[in-house]
Design a binder for this molecule. Sequence first.
Ligand code: F6R
Length: 334
Amino acid sequence: MQNYKALIERYDKSNMLALLHSFPEQCELALEIALRYPLHLKKKTYENIFIQGMGGSGISGVIVKDLLQNMCKVPIVVNNDYALPEFVGEKTLAFFVSYSGNTEETLTCFRKARARKASIVCVSSDGKLAKMCRNCIRIPQGKPPRTMLGFLSLPLLVTVARAQLLKKPLALNSLPRFLKRELSGAERAGKKLAKNLYGKIPVIYAANSYQSLALRFHTQLAENSGMFSHWNVLPEANHNEIVGFKPKEKSLAFVFFRSKDETDRMQKRFEFTKKLVSKRSESVEIWLKGKTHAERLFYGILIGDFASYYLALLNRKDPSDIKNINALKKTLSR
Ligand code: F6R
């Protein structure tokens, strides 16, 4: 097994590892903050939920959609653009999530939604958004947004429940305890996965209800590890992408996130797809532990986060460094 001690000292300059290790406590605090927040929502019937955010903040919208869309009374729409969809209006519960509070796409949509009198709730640590929004759930500042996923996502789930838009109670109480218990196992699994993926182009597959997990792993591999990857979900990928598999894809390594809540039909799809790619490429299956959908999703996210962290070290990269994003933001600010 690779000895990471020297690599951590040399490359993890901002101690991202400590942030990964404190993720269960972060989730605990995030739930407390969200439950305590004095929410001022107008008493009205919402017809839809809109969630806007980019990158490490925007993924929280996809998590909400994955976890709530089958138990929510109204449709949930996630947006990652400058343009605000036409349906957003007085009957919308609109969330704007930006860790820095200064992301221009999110600020643009926020201003438009405010003009259309949507009920707005923001999640931010600082910046223009925190200043402009009267309903802003403030979270601790000064960290890379992608390491604050508990703070950025859990308040949204709690707020949707508090707005009485769910058909079933939200079962999140046990999540921090579960993550604490599974943390070291997830780290071991992440290290093992890093070894499987080192030097390869990862191709990540998950079931549609775990879309945020596949997307999160893809984005963490880019930002933390400096690696290009591809992701998709089943069943959709079975209707097109599987035709594109070539017989000699040695540079690819396939990751399948599996879970015991898969239906028989989905199991067959996973098995077929895995068999197809395993002929020539390396393939790894990660079984998601947990009793609830949320536990399984966040357990998978932990494994992916640790894998991306250890891959950064294997690639001799500081996991906190996001040079290209910073350069682009500087160019846009000129
Ligand atoms: C950086 C990161 C980025 C940012 C994104 C939006 O850690 O993950 O993807 O999250 O550029 O910025 P914020 O989150 O400040 O709205």
